[in-house]
Ligand binder design. Structure first.
Ligand code: AMP
Length: 299
């Protein structure tokens, strides 16, 4: 018997931005730290980890937003078929002790004729942005709105969407939004596949083949000691062995997603199509002889 008794917390769902804004403003005034976990719903264990990190902040109240943001989907993408299950999301939030869920509809968020969007700059056209024009303008616009509505002190984002995390951080800093952006490591299935709401689209055969992304990143990571070229070659070799994956990009960058350094920390990012499902993943790679710098540090 599973027998795991839990007492669901009292989660309050707000659909109206102004109403939620009034609640969080009052909470801020009483000295509570407001934390925000923005999601598109269909919550899985990756989201749960973000929520847990947010809940751990002392004297805090956590807002989880659930909103499938049409602005970040291009024409022909999966906006209509994107999985939605608000009740299951509320159950998870309640299990995790979340007090506030913000689940607006599209009209409540955007009104009838929105004009203003956030321009992500050059990085918005690279990597994910090269294949998904307008995607990051859509992401940053909704995140800016969520920051404006909720007024969080800290917002939690996953490294799973690494470019998104970098861009949201830049936005908060460059537009002086005053929100601290916390990045949370990727949560993976037992075989290494990064958890994603989109994994639900995969057939059983595609699901087992999808492990190739994390396997390629692991191969790249191990090659770090031999330098940038070796990293890309090792990862590329693994990707090529899986004909079901159509690779969109495999790139090594610095942690801010500028050109990769010769030595030290870098990010290896991969994206591809498994049938009609887009999958992405990334990993930290240390270039050069990490043990040399470790031993210096220990001297
Ligand atoms: P989404 O609902 O896919 O927009 O994701 C909401 C947030 O959860 C984003 O900040 C994602 O980066 C994060 N997230 C999604 N999957 C994972 C995962 N496997 N590990 C860590 N964070 C994740």
């Amino acid at each position: 018997m599973s027998g795991k008794a839990f007492t669901p917390g009292a989660v309050t769902v707000h659909h109206d931005p102004h109403e939620l804004g009034r609640v969080t403003a009052a909470l801020r005034q009483t000295g509570r730290t407001v934390t925000l976990v923005p999601t598109m719903g269909a919550l899985h264990v990756g989201h749960r980890e973000l929520i847990r990190r947010a809940r751990r902040v002392p004297n805090s109240v956590t807002v989880v937003s659930v909103f499938v943001n049409p602005l970040q989907f291009g024409a022909g993408e999966d906006l209509e078929r994107y999985p939605r299950d608000l009740q299951a999301d509320l159950d998870m939030c309640s299990e995790e002790g979340v007090e506030l869920v913000f689940a607006p509809n599209v009209e409540a968020m955007y009104g009838t004729n929105p004009q203003v969007t956030v321009h992500p700059g050059e990085l918005g056209d690279e990597l994910e942005g090269a294949s998904r024009p307008g995607h990051f303008a859509g992401v940053l616009t909704v995140v800016a709105k969520l920051f404006g509505i909720v007024g969080p002190h800290i917002a939690f984002f996953g490294e799973k969407d690494y470019q998104q995390l970098v861009l949201v951080r830049k936005m908060s800093a460059e537009l002086n939004l005053g929100v601290k952006v916390a990045g949370i490591p990727i949560i993976r299935d037992a075989d290494g596949l990064a958890l994603s709401s989109r994994n639900a689209y995969l057939s059983a055969e595609q699901r087992s083949a999808a492990v190739v992304l994390s396997a390629a990143l692991a191969a790249g990571t191990y090659a770090g000691v031999r330098g940038a070229q070796a990293v890309c070659a090792a990862a590329d070799e693994v990707l090529r062995a899986e004909p079901q994956l159509h690779v969109d990009y495999l790139e090594l960058r610095d942690p801010e997603l500028a050109a990769a350094p010769e030595q030290g920390e870098a990010r290896l990012l991969v994206a591809g199509w498994m049938g009609s499902t887009r999958l992405l993943d990334n990993a930290l790679v240390v270039l050069g002889d990490a043990s040399a710098s470790d031993s210096t540090a220990n001297e």
